[in-house]
Design a protein. Sequence first.
Length: 122
Amino acid sequence: MRIFFTISILAAFGIPGCSGISSPNDIVFPATHVSFKAQVEPLFSLACNAAGCHSFDTQAGGVDLTSWIGVRNPIVVNQPGDTTCNLILVIYGRVFHNGAVNINNNARVGVKQWVLEGAQNN
């Protein structure tokens, strides 16, 4: 019930900082020069944090995807350029994740490109 209420409030008033984006599918990742602030962070905010799974407070599986520091935790992205990190393995369905990963292929490829480009706080 609490999750439903939180999602209802977010849907009614929008998610701060997302510039009118209301779905992970609204975020279009470029082929190169992927930005944490413009693409990765909004994606995680909508697809991973909105339901409270990987928020700062809940950190399901010890994972906080609400900030660059949280994403760069060694259990998420252990090293820039490492496409075998847990983040990539989870979004491509190669390791167990408790729940659906609700992102499209453009987002998967974009997050992978961001890691390849050094997982920068840009």
